[in-house]
Structures are given as structure tokens and as C-alpha cells.
Ligand binder design. Structure first.
Ligand code: PHE
Length: 342
């Protein structure tokens, strides 16, 4: 290899610097550098060729090559720093992070509205000395109907569209079978409440095949219908406010005598009539009455000595009244955003 003239070296350096300055990305820059300073780069090969050069020229060539190499390395380093700063700046611009934005915060869960109301209802009765009783959702025909004075072919069985399960059992249609379970065990005087899920083959804006009831029984020697009304009034006012009123309508249940159904004044319009109560001013809420002597006897309680009252009402219905819901189904929507609004 013949040694390069100073002019050739200057030309080499100029080309190298041009390539470095033209590189618009780090890979291109590295590529440009390796063409000059890589193992087979032009400057590297020239340096390697010094040994073969004219001895008189070696010193000049070596000096010039080394200086050129240093200058190219310096340009390279500058260009690299510039490209890296540009990339960083672009990233900052594109992935802008606004640290003044409000955070998302931690959200805590809460009990389902029906559970909240159920607990509130139970607390009212335990405050009056009622105990809490419980029973299974799959019941015997005996507890759900027969012991409650529904004989086998009694037409009142049709009032409750029953879901039967295999083996002759059924999904309880009300919480009243727990009256039987509890009264068979307890010695009067006693008072208890029951809450839980019940099932009926029924579907409408105010009825769902599964809903919740709360039921209460009080048995003593002198328990009266007046006591029953007093407790129901206090309960309704606790739940819906001091201005609500109750209305009792004579009705029929095989397990109570006399029996009544009761309505509560619509808390939405305070009884004036609105869409929530179908303009009637009243919302149907539950059933009640004096425990039928035959039911007491079915539980080995002396019906000559003891008498009692019983009542039962929908918890979901109470939630509809309390929260002004258009339909019971809103409560069973599997969407936390809907339940949060309640
Ligand atoms: N079990 C009745 C029903 O579900 C309600 C009720 C309970 C009526 C207690 C009287 C006494 O319709």
C-alpha cells in the first residue's frame, strides 16, 4: 500500500466527518464510525499501512493519521451525545406525564344495599329483645305448607308459585317455615326474627323469582294484635322516617287468624300519589296476623294458654321504597356502578 498524501488524508477525514454529521440515528452513526475507524475502516487500514510507507514519510503520516483519528473520534462523540439527547427529548415530549393530574385513589367496597337494610332491620328487632332464627332454603313440604295449616289440597298453596326440587322438597316460598322450626324448639314466651332468601315462580317489575323476607313472631300469654300494630308502626318509622303511615287491610293466610296485609305510605310522594306508588299513595309491604292455634299446636305449644302474632315482609320491597327504585331487578344487577348509586 502506498502511503497517503496529506491531501488524501484531509479528503478521507472530510468524508468521515460528513458521514458522521449526516447520521440521523445511533445505528447509522455507529455504521459511519466503523467505516472509518472499524477493523476494516479507512483510517485503521491507513494506520496499519504506515510500516510499509516510505521511511521518510512515516513520521508525518503517523502524526497526521493520529490527529485525524482524534478529531474524528471527537466529532463522533459529539454527534453521539447530540443524537442521544434528541432521542431523550423526543421521548419526554411524546410520553408526557402530567404530575399535576389528580390520582385515581383507592376505592373501598361496601355491603349490598339489601344486606345493609337487612342488618338495619334485624338491629331494630334485636333492640326489642327479639332473637335471631335461621333455616334452610330447601325445605320440606311439611314446614313450608302443612305445619303452617295448608292442608295437601288447600287452594292457598296456589297463591305461592312453588319451585319443587327432586325428592319432594321445595325451595321455601316464604320465611314462615322457620316459624315451625323455631317454635318446635323454643318454650314460650319467646320472640324472634328470621331473614333470608325465598323463591317463587314469579317475575315482574316488583317481583323476582328470588327475593328476601324478614319475618317475626312473638308468643306470650297476652300478646295482642295491638302489640303487632305498635311494633310495625315503630319499625316502619324507623326505616322510612317519622312521617310514614301504615294501612292494614283484612286478608287471609292459613297460618294466621285474623290476618291482614299492610301497606306503607309512599315515601316518595308522602301519600299524595306518584309514579312510584301507581298514583295510589300506598305501597304494599307485607302480611301479618295472630298465629293460628293449629300452628301453635303443631309445635306442641298450648294454644289455650299462649297466643302470638307473626308478620313477614319483603326486604327488597323495603329497599325499593327506601331508595325509590323503579324495579326490584335493579338490586340484582351484577354491576357495581348501579349498586353504588343506591
Ligand atoms: N309468609 C307470608 C307471605 O310470604 C307473610 C306472612 C308472614 C303473613 C307472617 C302472616 C304472618 O306471604
Amino acid at each position: 500500500m502506498t502511503s497517503r498524501t496529506s491531501q488524501e488524508l484531509a479528503e478521507l477525514e472530510r468524508e468521515a466527518v460528513e458521514a458522521i454529521e449526516a447520521a440521523d440515528s445511533l445505528p447509522r452513526l455507529l455504521e459511519a464510525r466503523s467505516q472509518v475507524l472499524g477493523r476494516k475502516g479507512t483510517i485503521t487500514e491507513s494506520l496499519r499501512g504506515i510500516g510499509a510507507a516510505d521511511p521518510a514519510d512515516r513520521a508525518r503520516l503517523g502524526r497526521e493519521l493520529n490527529l485525524a483519528k482524534q478529531r474524528i473520534e471527537a466529532r463522533f462523540a459529539d454527534r453521539r451525545a447530540a443524537l442521544e439527547a434528541g432521542a431523550r427529548e423526543r421521548e419526554l415530549r411524546e410520553h408526557r406525564l402530567d404530575v399535576t393530574l389528580p390520582g385515581t385513589g383507592l376505592r373501598s367496597g361496601h355491603l349490598h344495599p339489601v344486606t345493609q337494610l337487612e342488618r338495619e332491620m334485624v338491629a331494630f328487632f334485636t333492640g326489642l329483645g327479639f332473637s335471631i332464627e335461621d333455616g334452610p332454603q330447601v325445605e320440606t313440604d311439611y314446614n313450608n305448607f302443612e305445619a303452617l295449616n295448608f292442608p295437601p289440597d288447600h287452594p292457598a298453596r296456589d297463591m305461592q308459585d312453588t319451585f319443587y326440587v327432586e325428592g319432594g322438597n321445595l325451595l321455601r316460598t316464604h320465611t314462615s317455615p322457620v316459624q315451625i322450626r323455631a317454635m318446635q324448639r323454643l318454650e314460650p314466651p319467646f320472640r324472634f326474627v328470621v331473614t333470608g332468601r325465598v323463591y317463587r315462580h314469579d317475575f315482574g317489575p316488583r317481583s323476582s323469582p328470588m327475593f328476601h323476607q324478614i319475618e317475626g313472631v312473638m308468643v306470650d300469654e297476652r300478646t295482642s294484635f295491638g302489640d303487632l300494630k305498635g311494633i310495625l308502626y315503630a319499625f316502619a318509622r324507623q326505616l322510612f322516617g317519622a312521617r310514614v303511615d301504615l294501612r292494614f287491610r283484612a286478608s287471609y293466610f292459613p297460618f294466621t287468624e285474623p290476618s291482614a296485609e299492610f301497606d306503607v305510605t309512599c315515601p316518595n310522594c308522602a301519600g299524595a300519589g306518584c309514579g312510584t306508588c301507581s298514583q295510589s299513595g300506598w305501597i304494599e309491604w307485607g302480611g301479618c296476623g295472630m298465629v293460628h292455634p293449629r300452628v301453635l299446636e303443631n309445635c306442641q305449644i298450648d294454644a289455650e294458654r299462649y297466643q302470638g302474632f307473626a308478620f313477614g315482609m319483603g326486604i327488597d320491597r323495603a329497599a325499593m321504597i327506601r331508595f325509590g327504585l323503579p324495579s326490584i331487578h335493579v338490586l340484582f344487577e351484577p354491576d357495581a356502578r348501579i349498586l353504588e348509586q343506591i
